[in-house]
Design a protein around this ligand. Sequence first.
Ligand SMILES: [Zn+2]
Length: 78
Amino acid sequence: MSNHILCKFCGNLRPRTNTGICDSCMIDYEHIKDYVLKHPDSILMEISNETKISVTRIMSFVRGGHFILVEGAFTSID
Ligand SMILES: [Zn+2]
């Protein structure tokens, strides 16, 4: 029995959370979401530059289904 999970974004072993996302990924996720909500239709590079979060990391949130890319621009799911 384990109280740990592999974070579905960074792949690090983390204490189990309800979301399946570790704390540091959650912080980045909120950061990106905040930016996207304030700046709809932002492009990936812009979000990366402004949030200081790498493109690779942002893309892992897209693959995880937390954001969608529409013609290169970001949209928050919720
Ligand atoms: Zn993580």
